[in-house]
Design a protein around this ligand. Structure first.
Ligand code: R5P
Length: 323
């Protein structure tokens, strides 16, 4: 391990296992932060060692409890700023509030924009994140946003099992995930389909596209309550799919999601470790892929001022490009 690297990597306890895995890839220690919560839930933080004139990287998904996680990050930025860190670089594997990205009804806020402002107004240098709810969210920031994709590890997972080509079908759980679906389908050389899922619970979801006799991989950016996936899986099963996976980057798994997904017609629920899944939300069908190497590589590219393009490629495309 590099005892005194040119930058410091910090963790705020929101997904310490991921930070540790990124640190291991980078061969650097995780720098200590004193963190405590007062009786009334007020958060106290102190950066233990000096970071004066040093580039600071902090790994902290804004995940449940989202408002506490966001506040932890804001307080860390304030501490780093006041102690004259050279730059503050946020590694936010999951950024909450992305679902509030426009005014869909009168008198609605755009909370995603508010969160972007709260973060960037404190003077951060960059944000590295993964699979934002929509990639246009990058436009809420006036600083560089390195938008990584979980696709390379997801594609590798399916390629390693020989699940490519016409025997599988990549399915969009609803209209929102279509871009992710088309990208993965292209990489896996597979067809794609879409579940037309009206949010009205009285309307049965319908599948557009051919899924009969195929191993269906239903894709979404996140699984929150799990209901979108459960309903999509039922529709895909009724349309004749033989095996059904749910594939999502962010495993929020709120409420009874674990039980509902385990009891559903899904065969597997494949997620990544952008968000820490507590012990009581784990279940037999859950498969977790690690994105630590992608983030470590992303950080390395930023430090060395290299293009991030290779980090966004599928394993096959990288091999072909010799990268
Ligand atoms: C919605 O636009 C998102 O992409 C997800 O489909 C949604 O947030 C999933 O939520 P849940 O798991 O609660 O159905």
């Amino acid at each position: 391990m590099t005892a005194n690297p040119a930058f410091r990597l910090f963790d705020l306890g929101t997904n310490s296992a991921l930070t540790a895995a990124i640190a291991e890839e980078l061969e650097v220690p995780v720098a200590p932060v004193e963190l405590k919560t007062f009786a009334d839930n007020e958060i106290y933080e102190r950066i233990v060692d000096s970071v004066r004139g040093i580039d600071v990287y902090v790994v902290a998904p804004v995940s449940a409890p989202v408002n506490d996680s966001l506040m932890k990050l804001l307080i860390f930025i304030d501490a780093a700023k006041r102690t004259s860190a050279k730059s503050i670089n946020l590694i936010v594997p999951y950024l909450a509030y992305g679902r509030s990205d426009r005014k869909a009804k009168p008198r609605e806020p755009i909370a995603g924009r508010l969160v972007a402002n709260l973060l960037q107004d404190r003077g951060i240098k960059r944000l590295m994140t993964m699979d934002l709810h929509t990639s246009q969210l990058q436009g809420f920031f006036d600083i560089p946003v390195d938008h990584l994709l979980a696709m390379p590890v997801q594609a590798a997972y399916y390629e390693q099992q020989g699940l490519t080509g016409g025997d599988i079908v990549v399915v969009s759980s609803d209209a929102n995930s279509l871009k992710m679906v088309q990208r993965l389908a292209e990489v896996l050389d597979a067809p794609w389909a879409i579940v037309d899922q009206d949010r009205d619970p009285n309307i049965e979801p319908a599948v557009t596209g051919h899924v009969a006799g195929k191993h269906a991989i239903i894709v979404d950016d996140m699984i929150d309550t799990g209901q979108t996936m459960v309903k999509a899986a039922k529709a895909v099963q009724q349309a004749g799919a033989t095996k059904i996976d749910a594939l999502a980057t962010h495993a929020l798994l709120s409420g009874s999601a674990a039980k509902d997904l385990q009891d559903s017609v899904l065969d597997r629920v494949v997620v990544t470790n952008t968000v820490a899944v507590p012990e009581n939300a784990r279940f037999d069908k859950l498969v977790t892929l690690s994105v630590a190497a992608l983030f470590a590589e992303g950080i390395q590219h930023v430090i060395h001022h290299d293009s991030l393009a290779p980090v966004l490629l599928s394993p096959a495309a990288r091999e072909e490009a010799g990268q």
